[in-house]
Design a protein around this ligand. Structure first.
Ligand SMILES: [Zn+2]
Length: 306
């Protein structure tokens, strides 16, 4: 058996990771395989290191919200200016979908039957406030501010200083695209978006429809919300090597500054050496796992060489 095959065996029977190489070799022989002690030792060492690394992953959350519309009282139809005095009540959050990067499950929350978002926001903030970084589409201008606002409304604690990776904002500064909508970018990257948006009728049904209409439209909104999360994650994985990480996810979990800021891994190589205008030598490193490039100082680089 190759080390890779033994690793696969260990993935299926993780209990053997706690045993020694000798015990593992005996088990493999009993199962009719041939594996050297050396391969067993190496496979165990690798599997344990991977587990240790995985357990120390930073908490990165991908999330997206859907919000209700603002109501306003107006005198008549036609083009007009609506000021704060025309507004009736305040808009709130209808649903939130989120997922932790590296995990399979997509979580979904919705407002209560009275269209109040307090309980949902309270539940969501327990997760959001734990995030080392959040990822979204236009979330710096939209979702993050909405979460802050609803926390303020309900006097809840929120991490207003959350580190945020806004795919739309970064796309605008790096790429010249004819449209910066998420749908366009997804299509541009060949990421599948199956569901079509229900449009305004969906909001009408949720906010003003009968119970039956509301239920049906809510189901649709949640599905759309969940799809957005999956699409956002796929888009993120495709664009991240071109973008800047707002936080060093390696240092966050106790790795060296020379580890990859995106995945925290240490499979990095020198990509290019550069010099600043002031004459300081810098090294551009590249992660072999996700192709993310990042700069480190010469002294950090020299430490790495040792
Ligand atoms: Zn990486």
């Amino acid at each position: 058996m190759t080390v890779k095959q033994i690793r696969e065996f260990l993935d299926n029977k993780p209990g053997y990771k706690k045993e020694g190489a000798k015990r593992l070799a005996v088990k493999l022989t009993a199962d009719g395989y041939t594996a050297s002690m050396k391969s067993c030792k190496r496979a165990l060492r690798e599997a344990r290191a991977t587990d240790k690394y995985n357990s120390k992953q930073a908490r990165v959350m991908i999330y997206d919200i859907e919000t209700s519309r603002q109501r306003a009282d107006v005198w008549w139809s036609g083009k007009q200016y609506i000021n704060g005095n025309n507004l009736v009540g305040d808009p709130n959050v209808i649903s939130i979908a989120y997922k932790w990067l590296g995990e399979e499950e997509v979580h979904c929350l919705k407002w209560d039957k009275n269209m109040c978002d307090k309980k949902m926001i309270t539940t969501f903030l327990r997760e959001y406030n734990q995030a080392d970084m959040v990822i979204g589409y236009n979330n710096d201008r939209f979702d993050n501010k909405w979460i802050n606002t609803r926390a303020l409304k309900h006097s809840l604690e929120v991490n207003t200083l959350v580190k945020s990776f806004d795919i739309m904002k970064q796309s605008k500064s790096i790429f010249r695209l004819p449209s910066y909508s998420m749908n366009y970018l997804a299509k541009f990257l060949g990421v599948q978006t199956k569901l079509q948006h229900g449009g305004l009728a969906m909001w009408d049904a949720i906010q003003y429809g009968t119970k039956k209409e509301g239920k049906k439209a809510m189901k649709m909104m949640l599905e759309y919300n969940i799809q957005d999360i999956i699409v956002t994650e796929q888009v993120f994985l495709k664009v991240r090597s071109y973008m800047k990480m707002p936080i060093h996810l390696g240092v966050m979990v106790g790795q060296a500054k020379t580890s990859c800021p995106s995945c925290g891994g240490s499979h990095v190589k020198l990509h290019k050496t550069t010099v600043t205008a002031a004459g300081t030598v810098q090294h551009i490193m590249k992660c072999k796992d996700d192709n993310v490039k990042f700069k480190i100082s010469n002294s950090q680089y020299l430490k790495m060489e040792d």
